[in-house]
Design a binder for this molecule. Sequence first.
Ligand SMILES: [Fe+2]
Length: 143
Amino acid sequence: MTFVQVAQPTILERGIIMLTQAVFYNFYFFLYLFAPKTAHRMVAYFEEEAVNSYTNYLADIDAGRHPNPPAPEIAIKYWDLAPDATLRDVVLAVRADEAGHRDRNHDFADQLVGPSEPSSAPAAIPEAAVETESKAGSRRDAA
Ligand SMILES: [Fe+2]
């Protein structure tokens, strides 16, 4: 609702958004039903893209390419912002939320991977590096 107040989309734009959400809702319902890990991972990447978009938005505000009006009252109440908060403060708060959503969804996807397939396992060491290390170790032993 915050960005509806900020951007004030037309009725046509609102209709397009609602139609897109209806299509996505049904797609996502079935994705989650049959592939919940992929569903969480996909949302995590969407959230990452949101973080990047809000970062670009902040850069535009800071460069003066986008106005920085006072924050809407609904945003001040929701994010408990200062009474004189601006759009920039709202974008910072929203970006922090999106980063949290990204991390939670990656966590959920990791949990669904299960213990037999740890996603955070260290990368395998290439065989050549192991050989180099063992040679270096044998040289150290000889010295
Ligand atoms: Fe989000």
